[in-house]
Ligand binder design. Structure first.
Ligand SMILES: *[C@@H]1O[C@H](CO)[C@@H](O)[C@H](O)[C@H]1NC(C)=O
Ligand SMILES: *[C@@H]1O[C@H](CO)[C@@H](O)[C@H](O)[C@H]1NC(C)=O
Ligand SMILES: *[C@@H]1O[C@H](CO)[C@@H](O)[C@H](O)[C@H]1NC(C)=O
Ligand SMILES: *[C@@H]1O[C@H](CO)[C@@H](O)[C@H](O)[C@H]1NC(C)=O
Ligand SMILES: *[C@@H]1O[C@H](CO)[C@@H](O)[C@H](O)[C@H]1NC(C)=O
Ligand SMILES: *[C@@H]1O[C@H](CO)[C@@H](O)[C@H](O)[C@H]1NC(C)=O
Ligand SMILES: *[C@@H]1O[C@H](CO)[C@@H](O)[C@H](O)[C@H]1NC(C)=O
Ligand SMILES: *[C@@H]1O[C@H](CO)[C@@H](O)[C@H](O)[C@H]1NC(C)=O
Ligand SMILES: *[C@@H]1O[C@H](CO)[C@@H](O)[C@H](O)[C@H]1NC(C)=O
Ligand SMILES: *[C@@H]1O[C@H](CO)[C@@H](O)[C@H](O)[C@H]1NC(C)=O
Ligand SMILES: *[C@@H]1O[C@H](CO)[C@@H](O)[C@H](O)[C@H]1NC(C)=O
Ligand SMILES: *[C@@H]1O[C@H](CO)[C@@H](O)[C@H](O)[C@H]1NC(C)=O
Length: 755
């Protein structure tokens, strides 16, 4: 499948950049040096055309629209020849950040022949192809909310039957799409189907809050076409239909392109228009969203990783993007134990969750099952409030802000929440600092099979003690807590020293638990066995093995009594990016081994033509791992855009420690800088990685992608276009993912080009 990005705009491109969100408020003066300026809160006016974006990723056509009232996305899926029709079916999907809401309409060709129905969004008088819907609450009608939505025209090339309609929450839609096929009677029974006089049909559903209604109206836009309701299904004649999807729910305030970027980075608005538009679509005054369409809501890990990587270009100061991220995290901390919220549940889904517990309430919920997310918070806070002068000037005002998310926490401030999280981290880190046992490493929570970013059932190969958390996030968070404590945070004067003392132990003593050494001849045998087990069509690359293969386990305490999950992986990027190890012997070996894992082609290493894979199970010696980590698994032998960025930036930061001509270093350069073999391996890894990043520039803002093998190379394919692993539904990638936009800030550093 080929993927093309097409940037469109309601305004003509020749008018200039097509993201002139004139209808949003703008900064007034002097940003960022003045600490008193902020995004103006003057009421927006809506004179400009909405900004729109079209991203094609066959078989998905993604359209975005934003104006001062609301923003939304439409995904039109139309199977084409060559698609797997059991995976790709005709679908029209609306998604809105407000309340993480949406509407999914799933069609089948009325003639029953899969692949015979084409569905397309087309330009019309109401939109190109999307137009906004905004119906203010009638004047004087106190008891009504305005309604917001999207108007478009959709053409059907043959008679279509609407089989399934899901109106309400994106989460309910995901339960169906990924579920598999879960339809909840308490949601579906509220659907109403009505034939209209014009030959069209209205589908609507009152949410469980008894207040909000999602409404989708189809009206004929071709002559003499009709829709017929038959119980809970609708038959549409072939032709063009005007479709209006809307809901009466309060909308968040979007940050426009100039509000989400630092003024120094405004050049990106024209240079990387698609990425900036995508970033703006995900950015609101109270939070940044993780991805469109599946994760159109708060995710702690995603927003903090994205912010750490994009900090140089994101807007700073009051009302800026970085503070929106930190505020969103602090707002959602569990005030009882300081844990940081992984994912929020809002809108219709939160009401549904409450009703399941017999609580008639629309109150939001948070999921605290992750073990990694807590640690990002002090790291990001230190980056912004200590290391960034614009942030440090904001510290006292920001920390006094009252939290707003959970009514029960209304008396607490951001400072209170930050302290609770730091206390939690200090407490979790203490046992290992005094006794370096496996038991004292950070484990997944009891009863949970996930806990860090590889959050799918088999993402960690059954491991319970993840590499990233223990070797990178904990020591980095401890360093950050030490630094914050020395800059007036937390009121625990002992932390000024103990946090760093703990950090040193976690930096130096965790890596050894994860080392894996595969003797050269075993490695070659394992590669041959893997190629047989996985039916991989390319070379086993055993020729590139010139010694024992050393790498780091993805996790400890794996399934089938594996003490180490011997999956080669890209989570070494966390340590490169966040930790400057000072044990020279360990650092040299770590950099050398990590570099070689990147330089070598899969299955000997992680490199492919479509990017660095996040996992390679070739060396586990467990035959079933070939399937567990296959090309169709969410955290299998697949490529994640942000992992490429973090690895690239991490390698760059480590090389920067060498000072001299190749960087600026304050401390004495580590020993690896003078070890030609190691240093050259790192430089080679950096450059190979960047070569493959550049060769895949059109895919980089995707969440995740996969490959097929043919003509002696790895070829790009949408993850969602591959048949799913047995027993699971297809995983559709988000076309726009917050942390995949990080290449806006992460650039190839010419200083480290190899000769
Ligand atoms: C058409 O595709 C659906 C899945 O979308 C599948 O259940 C059905 O069996 C297919 N029908 C035919 C005739 O292949
Ligand atoms: C609709 O489009 C599909 C896919 O291109 C095609 O197979 C089918 O024949 C078309 N149907 C009609 C009635 O033209
Ligand atoms: C629809 O309108 C957009 C914006 O004017 C334009 O870029 C696009 O080419 C149009 N599409 C078609 C199929 O005409
Ligand atoms: C659909 O929305 C457009 C734009 O707001 C509006 O002009 C049109 O009348 C609406 N159609 C229906 C049937 O509500
Ligand atoms: C407007 O929306 C908010 C949020 O859903 C809700 O609390 C309020 O009751 C709504 N008002 C009316 C009159 O629908
Ligand atoms: C309508 O659909 C429901 C649920 O699918 C089913 O239980 C009912 O029998 C159907 N009624 C008719 C008249 O087909
Ligand atoms: C918050 O933390 C407390 C104490 O650990 C726990 O009992 C509670 O369940 C947590 N809240 C949520 C929503 O998980
Ligand atoms: C909505 O109304 C129903 C019926 O009156 C009631 O049972 C339910 O608790 C209400 N939902 C909420 C969230 O108040
Ligand atoms: C907040 O503090 C005030 C004054 O101390 C108290 O009356 C109120 O009950 C507190 N509210 C909550 C939600 O704890
Ligand atoms: C680094 O790897 C090279 C092989 O590429 C090897 O010769 C060298 O001994 C390694 N150095 C360290 C410190 O591991
Ligand atoms: C590691 O060193 C580099 C180069 O000096 C520096 O830019 C980076 O901030 C350091 N990272 C940490 C976590 O101290
Ligand atoms: C941004 O635009 C520049 C100039 O066109 C281009 O070289 C660069 O690759 C773009 N960056 C990304 C992340 O697409």
């Amino acid at each position: 499948m080929n993927l093309r990005f097409i940037l469109c705009c309601a305004l003509s491109l020749s008018v200039g950049h097509c993201n002139a969100r004139k209808c949003t408020t703008r900064r007034t003066t002097g940003y960022p040096t003045s600490t008193s300026t902020s995004v103006s809160s003057a009421a927006p006016t809506c004179s400009a055309a909405p900004s729109t974006l079209h991203l094609k990723s066959s078989p998905y056509e993604n359209y975005f629209i934003s104006d001062c009232h609301s923003s939304g996305q439409v995904v039109v899926t139309s199977p084409a020849e060559g698609d797997d029709f059991t995976v790709i079916a005709p679908r029209l999907l609306f998604a809105w950040p407000a309340g993480n809401s949406g509407a999914a309409l799933l069609f089948v060709p009325d003639n029953g022949i899969n692949g015979s129905l084409t569905i397309e969004a087309v330009n019309s008088s109401t939109g190109t192809p999307l137009g906004p819907i905004y119906n203010p609450a009638p004047a004087g009608a106190k008891n009504q909310n305005a309604s917001y939505g999207i108007s478009t025209h959709v053409s059907l090339n043959s008679t279509a039957r609407l089989n399934v309609a899901i109106l309400g929450s994106i989460r309910t839609i995901r339960d169906y799409v990924e579920g598999p096929s879960i339809l909840r009677p308490e949601i579906q029974s509220a659907l109403k189907f009505e034939e209209n006089k014009d030959g069209g049909v209205t589908i609507s559903r009152l949410w469980l809050d008894n207040t909000t209604t999602t409404t989708v109206v189809f009206s004929p836009a071709s002559d003499n076409i009709k829709a017929k309701v038959n119980n809970q299904s609708v038959t549409f004649a072939a032709g063009t239909w005007a479709v209006n999807a809307s809901f009466n729910y309060p909308q968040p305030t979007q940050l426009g392109d100039k509000q989400v970027l630092q003024p120094e980075s405004y050049n990106l608005i024209e240079r990387n228009a698609t990425l900036v538009e995508s970033l703006a679509f995900l950015s609101y005054t109270d939070k940044l969203l993780a991805g469109a369409w599946r994760f159109l809501t708060y995710f702690g890990r995603d927003s903090m990783i994205a912010t750490l990587l994009m900090e140089p270009v994101l807007s700073q100061g009051k009302g800026g993007a970085i503070e929106a991220v930190i505020a969103a995290v602090l707002d959602r901390v569990n005030s009882s134990d300081g844990s940081v919220c992984h994912e929020e549940t809002i809108g219709d889904y939160s009401t549904w969750q409450n009703l399941r517990e017999s609580i008639p309430s629309t109150a939001p919920q948070c999921d605290y099952k992750m073990i990694d997310t807590d640690f990002y918070l002090p790291i990001l806070m230190n980056q912004y409030f200590v290391l960034n002068p614009n942030g440090s000037a904001r510290t006292s005002e920001f920390m006094k802000t009252g939290v707003t998310f959970f009514p029960k926490d209304a008396n607490l401030t951001y400072g209170d929440m930050a302290l609770k999280t730091a206390e939690r981290i200090m407490e979790k880190a203490a046992p290992f600092a005094s006794n370096q046992s496996i038991a004292n490493l950070i484990h997944l929570k009891d009863g949970q099979s996930v806990g860090q970013w590889r959050d799918s059932g088999s993402g960690l190969g059954g491991g319970r003690i993840p590499f990233d958390v223990n070797t990178a996030l904990v020591p980095a968070a401890l360093r950050a807590i030490g630094s914050l404590s020395r800059h007036g945070f937390f009121n625990h004067s002992d932390w000024k020293e103990t946090a760093d003392a703990y950090a040193k132990v976690w930096e130096d003593k965790t890596l050894d638990f994860f080392t894996v050494t595969v003797p050269e001849s075993d490695a070659k045998d394992l590669l041959k066995a893997y190629v047989n087990a996985s039916s991989f069509a390319g070379s086993d690359q055993s020729g590139s093995i010139d010694g024992d293969v050393d790498f780091y386990a993805l996790a400890l305490d794996g399934s089938n009594d594996q003490a180490k999950v011997k999956v080669m992986h890209s989570d070494t990027s966390f340590r490169l990016f966040l930790v400057n190890g000072t044990d020279d012997a360990q650092l040299s070996a770590f950099l050398n081994d990590t570099a070689k894992s990147i330089v070598r082609t899969f299955p000997a290493g992680l490199l492919t033509d479509v990017g660095m894979l996040v996992a390679n199970p070739a060396f586990t010696g467990v035959a079933s791992d070939a399937k567990t980590f296959a090309t169709n698994a969410y955290h299998g032998t697949v490529v994640w855009g942000w992992q490429l960025a973090m690895m690239a930036r991490g390698l760059e930061l480590q090389m920067s420690r060498c000072g001299g001509n190749s960087g600026s270093a304050s401390a004495a350069p580590p020993a690896f800088c003078g070890d030609k073999a190691v240093y050259n391996n790192v430089v080679a890894a950096y450059n190979k990685l960047w070569d493959v990043i550049e060769a895949n520039s059109e895919h980089l803002s995707n969440e995740v992608w996969s490959w097929t093998y043919g003509d002696n190379k790895f070829k790009y394919i949408e993850l969602g276009a591959l048949p799913p692993p047995p027993g699971s539904n297809p995983v559709e990638s988000d076309i726009v993912q917050l942390w995949s936009l990080t290449f806006l800030a992460v650039k190839r550093n010419g200083k480290f080009r190899d000769s």
